[in-house]
Design a protein around this ligand. Sequence first.
Ligand SMILES: Nc1ncnc2c1ncn2[C@@H]1O[C@H](COP(=O)(O)OP(=O)(O)OP(=O)(O)O)[C@@H](O)[C@H]1O
Ligand SMILES: [Mg+2]
Length: 151
Amino acid sequence: MVVTTKSEAQTLALGRRLGRLLKGYDVVCLDGDLGAGKTTLTKGLARGAGSRSRVASPTFALARIYRSPRWLIYHVDLYRVGPDQTRDIGLEEFTSDSRGICVVEWPRAGEAYYPKDRLEVRLSHLKAGRRLRFVGKGPRSREIIRRLGRN
Ligand SMILES: Nc1ncnc2c1ncn2[C@@H]1O[C@H](COP(=O)(O)OP(=O)(O)OP(=O)(O)O)[C@@H](O)[C@H]1O
Ligand SMILES: [Mg+2]
């Protein structure tokens, strides 16, 4: 599924709708260039999943955790991380927590840790706005996309 957003506000709103559909064990990988909107989408997602925390780019922290009444949202950013440096970040715990929703910016270095069934969002710049391509890697993530497309 491909969605285009014309503003930051539209990306936030899309993230909120996505966040409402997520639950424990869900993993969302956000792939795209600098400034493509990964953190913006995550802000909406965290809000939609019920968190009121301030979402900021975790580039220097590697991971941040936002709490909602139901979920823990693990927000990971592997921009500066190589595949040999991912061991101690906690990706295994983040992706195997029944209350955990795991969102990863620059996901490539963590490839070894994600479940097969994960939702990939590929973000790119348009002349005006952004394009977001949603790819479901298994039945659960395809179901999320179907529901996202319906509402
Ligand atoms: N349609 C849009 N969707 C999202 N952001 C947009 C859009 N149009 C403009 N912007 C702007 O683009 C920037 C996106 O920044 P954001 O931090 O979300 O990107 P990012 O993909 O997380 O970047 P990084 O790779 O540095 O982590 C923001 O400054 C936002 O205001
Ligand atoms: Mg970011």
